[in-house]
Every structure is written in structure tokens, then in C-alpha cells.
Design a binder for this molecule. Structure first.
Ligand code: UDP
Ligand code: MG
Length: 319
């Protein structure tokens, strides 16, 4: 199969028939073999009934339904596990992304050899309250991850099949799939300017919380990407620095008191010395950081290893 189109949806009943018809038109015009994986993320409107109707009419439509709303990341993750196409393309259900972009995205993966191609909504049709924070978010993500993309969170993205089978889109990490892919070893990440439209039906599903959750997730994804397999290198380093600061402060207090006593000078109580508190806190914090490091190592050892390291084997059994 050439293409899997993955559509996470939550209360998008009005858009679905139009979206399916549009995708079908593009696929048939280009003679692609395809499937549309629609993940109903616990919609409370009639979205699922419409998915069932579309699946009954078009055998290329596959529906997956969640019992409750788990979020876009969970939808993508489940669809990625189910996807069978050589190229996997994700697309929002709200008709803001255009299916006409699919053939070029497919070509960039197949012929130009990209692992991941992200859409770039150069001209956006969203309210200012969204576009301004988004600029800031993209700049920060570019800076921290070192991936030169203009629009990390575009719903329209194309992936080589191996990419979606190797990464795990957990929590709300759908905003950070390019970093996840990069840290899984897929380096050829490109972008393509795509058409964007104002939302035609329904309302946006992400409110102001995105501006708090987004930065926190960026911290996690960076931490897991860099130190997920060797947490002690982070905790141990900071812990060691703290511990040494503490030990040297303690030595300084002790030795200077002994010196002053030896010289017959006036001395103050150790607990009246500000360095005493610095020493105390640093030693305690340093020890705790080491403890956190050891615990993290134990957890990392037991974490499942998805097929991240593997690229190819000469035998068939990849597991
Ligand atoms: N979505 C989802 N589960 C959620 C929230 C959103 O599957 O909990 C889907 C939604 O139906 C849409 C896509 O994710 O297809 C993007 O959502 P939306 O258009 O509301 O986000 P925005 O374009 O405002 O960033
Ligand atoms: Mg949208």
C-alpha cells in the first residue's frame, strides 16, 4: 500500500464527509493505493456514526474509536500502530489542511529521501491570539532542538513508515514529533509550504492551556531525548557539583575556625556562619540528586526498547 492517511478527530461531524470525498478524489486522480485511518477520540457528537457510514461506502476507510477523549497524541499513536502504508500522512479533520498537498509530500518522502516532511503554514488563517504565541513557540523549539523548521505543530505531516513505527507519541507530544523522530535517529527532516484555511466548521479543541503545557512538554521531550537512556549523566553531574560545593564550604568553615582558634582570635559559632547553611543544603541536594539518578537508571533499564536502534538486519526477524 502506498499511503496511509491518518486523521485524528474529536467532534468534527460536519467536516468528515467533505474531507473523505476530497481525499478520495486526490487519491484516485493519482492512482495511489491508500487507506484513511480515522481515529475518533471519544467524540460526543455524531462523528463516529459518520465514520461508520464512510467506512461502509469506501473500503479504504478504517475507523478506530476511543471510549473517551484521550487527546490528539493518543489518536496519532494508535493510528501509527495500525498504519500499513509505505508513507504515512497525518492530517487534521477540520479541513484546515488541504489533501491536495498529499502527492507532493509523498514524492518528497519517496524520491527526495526525507524521513519526515512537516507542513509549513506560511500564510495562516488563525486568530492573532494564536499566531503570535506560535511564533514564539516555534523559535524556542528551533533553538532547543536544533531542528530548522518554521512550523513544528502543523497537523499535516508525512513520514516514512519506519519513523512512525519507531517513535512513541505519548502525553501531548504531538507538538514535538520532529524532535522525537530526530532523537530516534531520523535525521532527514524537511518542510513544505502548505495551503492553510480558516476552520470551516466546529471549534478549536485546544484552549489557553496549550501555552503552559507546550513549554513543559518541550522540557520533557528534550530531557528524554538527551538523557532518557543515561539519566545518571545529568543527575550525577549536577549532584556532584552540589556535593562538592557543600564539602568545600564545610571544609572552609572547619579549617578557618581551627585557624582562628590557633591564632587566639575571636571566633563565631559554626551555625552563625552563612557558609554552614550553604554547605548543609548543597550536601543534602547533592545526595538527593544522586538518588534520583540511581532511581532513573533503574527505570530506564526496565523501559521497553522500541525498535529504535535497528535500521536493517540481514535476516528477517527484526524483533
Ligand atoms: N483532536 C483530537 N483530540 C483532541 C483534540 C483535537 O483528535 O482531544 C483533533 C481535532 O479533531 C483536529 C485536530 O486534532 O482534527 C486538530 O485540532 P484543532 O483543529 O482543534 O487544533 P488547532 O487547529 O486549533 O490547533
Ligand atoms: Mg484546526
Amino acid at each position: 500500500m502506498d499511503i496511509s492517511i491518518v486523521v485524528p478527530l474529536y467532534n468534527e461531524e460536519e467536516s468528515l464527509p467533505e474531507l473523505e470525498a476530497w481525499i478520495r478524489r486526490v487519491m484516485e486522480a493519482n492512482n495511489f493505493s491508500y487507506e484513511i485511518v480515522m481515529v475518533d477520540d471519544g467524540s460526543t457528537d455524531s462523528s463516529w456514526r459518520i465514520v461508520e457510514e464512510l467506512a461502509a461506502k469506501n473500503p479504504c476507510v478504517r475507523g478506530i474509536k476511543f471510549r473517551r477523549n484521550y487527546g490528539k497524541s493518543a489518536g496519532l499513536h494508535t493510528a501509527f500502530e495500525a498504519a500499513r502504508g509505505d508513507v504515512v500522512i497525518t492530517m487534521d479533520a477540520d479541513l484546515q489542511d488541504s489533501p491536495d498537498e498529499i502527492p507532493e509530500l509523498y514524492r518528497m518522502i519517496k524520491e527526495d529521501g526525507y524521513d519526515l516532511v512537516s507542513g509549513w503554514k506560511k500564510k495562516r488563517y488563525d486568530p492573532l491570539s494564536k499566531t503570535i504565541p506560535t511564533k514564539f513557540y516555534n523559535a524556542t523549539t528551533r533553538w532547543i532542538t536544533g531542528i530548522k523548521l518554521h512550523d513544528f505543530n502543523c497537523g499535516l505531516k508525512a513520514y516514512r513508515k519506519q519513523v512512525v513505527k519507531s517513535i512513541e507519541v505519548y502525553g501531548e507530544m504531538h507538538r514535538y514529533i520532529p524532535p522525537l523522530a530526530k532523537w530516534a535517529g531520523f535525521k532527514k527532516i524537511g518542510e513544505k509550504v502548505v495551503q492553510h484555511q480558516a476552520r470551516k466548521y466546529g471549534v478549536t479543541k485546544f484552549g489557553l492551556m496549550r501555552f503552559i503545557n507546550g513549554p513543559l512538554d518541550l522540557l520533557s521531550v528534550t530531557f528524554v531525548g538527551r538523557f532518557g537512556k543515561r539519566p545518571m549523566h545529568l543527575f550525577g553531574t549536577i549532584g556532584l557539583v552540589m556535593f562538592l560545593v557543600g564539602v568545600f564550604s564545610a571544609l572552609y568553615i572547619g579549617l578557618s575556625k581551627l585557624y582562628r582558634l590557633g591564632q587566639g582570635m575571636k571566633t563565631i559559632l559554626v551555625t552563625d556562619n552563612p557558609y554552614f547553611y550553604i554547605a548543609l543544603t548543597s550536601i543534602v541536594l547533592g545526595t538527593m540528586l544522586f538518588l534520583a539518578g540511581f532511581l532513573a537508571e533503574l527505570i530506564a533499564r526496565n523501559a521497553p526498547n522500541r525498535n529504535t536502534y535497528l535500521i536493517e538486519t540481514t535476516t528477517d526477524d527484526k524483533d
